[in-house]
Ligand binder design. Structure first.
Ligand SMILES: [Ca+2]
Length: 409
């Protein structure tokens, strides 16, 4: 009854009332009934609340009428993405104030969590203890991610900073440090340095699926991580296709394996995932080239199997027989790929490529590879062994460019 009585009189001020309710926590139904018959502002704030609809304190007006609560994003001076919200709300939600936003009417509020924390805000960062200083402790550092809405289907993890202990040198297994995700779809275990990389985690349907992110550490290492956790609604345009651990949009870009570095990286063992590239409108095929490697005499941008300390050619195809030029243990799979920068073009196409040179055919010449199989996807597989034949492989880094539908493919 109380609500009905005041429904019309609240009008535009409902929004203001709600925000103050957040600050004070309590507007009980009882007090509403007790105050039945009074004006609405008396019910909420008591008779000492002076401003009426026509005479509100102008200092409060702009904040409540201009700043979109919980929807605006901002960038803190330290580089984190924050939410632009009123200062009191930032403190109430346990955020970290990081400077003004929205022309000074809001506060850029950054949310950080570390070991033992619970993520309840979108765009929260999972950081190492002592962040931004390094951490060299041993243990399991976990945060639990709670969905901010039942309609959240995916999490995107952006590894803004990510440097934990690398895999061991012999078989490239992450046996010292690991990033693990539980509660969602399985992800490959990663370690080493992967700043700038990302992952999508399927969060399932409904509210019940809590996802736990863990960084397991052992031994001494100067670790640092800052992982942004973005929650993606089921109907969002930024939702990745099903089953894609990594998802790229745009007609050109760069894909690479985790812990990729042409000098110090080690291709990670026990990987099994797909990288998806959205086919943009009017683009029908895609070309890949090994990334430039300015740090080695012979490029290590594509070194998946063999001994990358020696010149190693490309290997293609699968099968069950271990022969010299097939990809049995570790490979990158691109559907029906062909080398396009050769004359004459080959009629046959290949799916798997490995070795130490990027090409869609066996050889020592690095080539541009094209595929018109859609959706555009790469599948990366490595087993749990490197030694003794596979030595110092870095993984892969490829630049891609989508090709217009008029290009013959
Ligand atoms: Ca292997």
């Amino acid at each position: 009854m109380c609500q009905q009585q005041h429904k019309l009189s609240c009008g535009l001020n409902i929004r203001i009332v709600f925000k103050f309710v957040l600050f004070t926590f309590t507007i009980s139904q009882n007090s509403c009934k007790v105050q039945e018959g009074s004006s609405w502002k008396d019910i909420i704030f008591g008779s000492k609340w002076m401003p009426s609809v026509g005479a509100r304190d102008p200092r409060f007006l702009p904040i409540f009428s201009v700043v979109p609560v919980g929807t605006g994003t901002c960038t803190a001076s330290s580089g984190e993405q924050g939410n632009c919200i009123p200062q009191k709300e930032c403190l109430l939600r346990a955020g970290i104030p990081a400077g003004p936003c929205a022309g000074g009417y809001g506060l850029c509020c950054v949310f950080l969590q570390t070991c033992g924390g619970v993520i309840r805000e979108n765009s929260t960062y999972f950081v190492n203890p002592n962040h931004p200083d390094v951490y060299d402790g041993t243990g399991s550092c976990q945060v639990t991610v709670q969905k901010i809405h039942p309609d959240v289907c995916q999490l995107r993890l952006d590894l803004d900073m990510f440097s934990i202990a690398p895999p061991e040198a012999l078989n490239h297994v992450c046996n010292q440090d690991q990033l693990l995700v539980s509660g969602g779809t399985p992800i490959p275990t990663i370690c080493g340095a992967s700043a700038g990389d990302h992952m999508y985690i399927d969060a399932g349907l409904g509210q019940s699926n809590a996802i736990v992110l863990s960084v397991i550490t052992s031994g001494t290492f100067s670790r640092i991580w800052r992982i942004r956790v973005t929650q993606i609604h089921c109907g969002s345009l930024s939702r990745a296709d099903q089953g894609c651990l990594q998802y790229y949009t745009g007609i050109s870009g760069r894909v690479r394996s985790f812990n990729f570095n042409t000098v110090t990286g080690r291709q990670l063992s026990n990987q099994d995932y797909s990288i998806c590239i959205r086919a943009e409108r009017n683009f029908c095929s895609i070309q890949y080239n090994a990334c430039p490697d300015t740090e080695n005499n012979r490029s290590r941008s594509f070194t998946i199997s063999g001994n990358s300390n020696n010149p190693t050619g490309s290997m293609v195809g699968g099968g069950t027989q271990v022969t010299q030029n097939t990809c049995i243990n570790d490979w990158l799979l691109i559907g029906c790929m062909r080398s396009v920068d050769r004359i004459p073009p080959l009629a046959a196409c290949e799916d798997r490529v490995c070795g130490g040179t990027f090409s869609a055919e066996v050889g020592t010449i690095q080539r541009t590879v094209q595929s018109s199989v859609r959706p555009f996807r790469l599948y990366f597989h490595t087993d749990g062994v490197e030694a003794p034949t596979d030595i110092d492989n870095r993984g892969f880094c490829l630049d891609f460019v989508q090709q217009p539908c008029t290009n013959g493919f």
